[in-house]
Design a protein. Structure first.
Length: 119
């Protein structure tokens, strides 16, 4: 039951990211310039928060670090995967957006967790 509660959400989210990367173009036509980076930021912010939830308590520094490493690693693999999808490309800057989204979400959550523990 623990697997379904904690590990299924980040794995399902990763599968959704991978499935969207498998499409030659995302539904709705071309993305506005810059909007793709926002989508990367949001997708990987959610991914990182789901990983940290699965990995342990908010006070476990290792869980936060692993959440960032897993998000960055999956982002790199996903970008590499897109190299083989027609009309998609492997982009270093998309990976940077993934990393920024994951890092920003984890920093905000870390600060919020620290404030909640002091209350």
């Amino acid at each position: 039951m623990r697997f379904l509660r904690y590990w299924a959400p980040p794995l399902v989210w990763a599968a959704l990211i991978f499935a969207s990367s498998e499409m030659p173009r995302l539904p709705g036509g071309p993305v506005q310039p810059g909007l793709d980076k926002v989508l990367h930021l949001v997708a990987y912010a959610v991914q990182a928060l789901l990983w940290v939830r699965a990995l342990g308590s908010s006070s476990a520094r290792q869980a936060w670090l692993w959440a960032l490493v897993l998000s960055a690693g999956f982002g790199a693999l996903d970008e590499f995967h897109q190299r083989f999808v027609p009309q998609r490309e492997c982009s270093f800057w998309d990976w940077v957006a993934d990393l920024c989204g994951a890092g920003a979400a984890l920093m905000v959550a870390w600060v919020a967790a620290g404030r909640n523990s002091r209350s």
